[in-house]
Design a protein around this ligand. Structure first.
Ligand code: NAP
Length: 299
């Protein structure tokens, strides 16, 4: 933590509701201290009904930048002064930077996911077939990252089918060359179409606190396939436990959390955070070091 706060110290932070559980202050402050940058990163609990006044407040208080987490990522889009192309395409903002008097919204989740797939699983998306679970904000970031990285096909499976239909229609109009398809979530019940999936990504909230998908059976997946779960509490989600049971390579969302944070840090400060620092701080606090030691994350 910055112990030398002065009148010149830059303020960074995160808005969310709730926000007390956020691990971003830990990893962002660690990077500021490691580089000797005169910033401090603080949590701001913002109830949904207060979002507009909070954004106005952050603007007039001169905050240098902030992250945005659940439930504000989509609602904040219309309250900012500009968006990067990435944020506009995704339709959600997880990082805001002050530029003069303007607040510019960005989204680093897509880049974070792709970086984590490469770093944690050694998985290169180009030409690969993906099964994407979910059609919310995280799924929007994922599909942008996947299509930009050259995925051969993406099957989208979501609990609410109408939402998945709208989601696929939206992105077919953006990525006209992309091969996008729909499936019920029942594909997870040992469906033979799993044989043709190179990468399964969970972007839903299922897995949090040990919740699971009904009838989960990944046995048909090919031995070289990978499973990625954006959820990281518990570190070994039921989806990842099923991947392990079938000897598939897998990783949880810790690497993505770190990588989206690294991109946000660079966006605000113009500096690269020390390599691996944010992820190691997260693994230490989540008690996941044993997974690292067992080779379940990349080193
Ligand atoms: P969101 O916009 O609210 O979307 C939630 C998604 O989860 C929807 O597709 C929803 O399906 C599905 N879902 C929720 N409960 C379900 C259930 N019981 N059974 C089946 N599907 C269910 O939330 P989000 O922003 O996309 O975030 C989703 C998850 O990703 C969260 O756990 C978040 O923490 C995680 N995430 C992780 C990172 C990271 O860096 N690791 C980054 C971003 C998000 P319906 O459409 O049917 O409601």
């Amino acid at each position: 933590m910055n112990n030398n706060i002065t009148g010149k110290t830059g303020v960074l932070g995160i808005i969310g509701w709730p926000v007390a559980h956020s691990l971003s202050p830990l990893m962002q402050n660690a990077a500021c201290v490691a580089l000797g940058l005169d910033y401090v990163y603080v949590p701001f609990p913002v109830a949904p009904e207060n979002l507009r006044s909070a954004v106005d407040g952050l603007r007039v208080l001169g905050v240098a930048g902030f992250n945005v987490t659940i439930p504000h990522k989509e609602a904040i889009v219309g309250l900012l002064d500009g968006l990067t192309d990435e944020a506009r395409l995704i339709g959600a903002v997880n990082t805001v930077k002050r530029e003069g008097d303007r607040l510019i919204g960005h989204n680093t989740d897509a880049a974070g996911l792709i970086a984590s797939l490469q770093g944690d699983l050694g998985f290169d998306i180009e030409g690969r077939r993906v099964l994407l679970l979910g059609a919310g904000g995280a799924a929007r970031a994922a599909i942008v990252g996947l299509c930009r990285a050259g995925a051969a096909s993406v099957i989208v499976a979501n609990r609410t089918p109408e939402k998945a239909e709208r989601f696929v229609a939206d992105f077919r109009s953006v990525f006209s060359g992309a091969n996008l398809a729909l499936s019920p979530l029942d594909i997870l019940k040992g469906d033979q179409r799993l044989k043709g999936v190179d990468l399964l990504i969970n972007t839903t909230a299922v897995g949090l606190d040990g919740t699971t998908f009904d009838g989960l059976d990944l046995a048909p997946m090919a031995p070289c396939a990978c499973v990625y779960d954006m959820v990281y509490t518990p570190p070994l989600t039921p989806l990842l436990a099923e991947a392990r049971r079938n000897s598939l390579r897998f990783a949880n969302g810790v690497g993505m959390l770190a990588a989206q944070g690294e991109s946000a840090f660079s966006f605000w400060t113009g500096c690269e955070p020390p390599n691996g620092l944010m992820k190691s701080r997260l693994l230490a606090v989540l008690g996941s070091q044993d997974m690292l030691d067992n080779g379940l994350y990349s080193k």
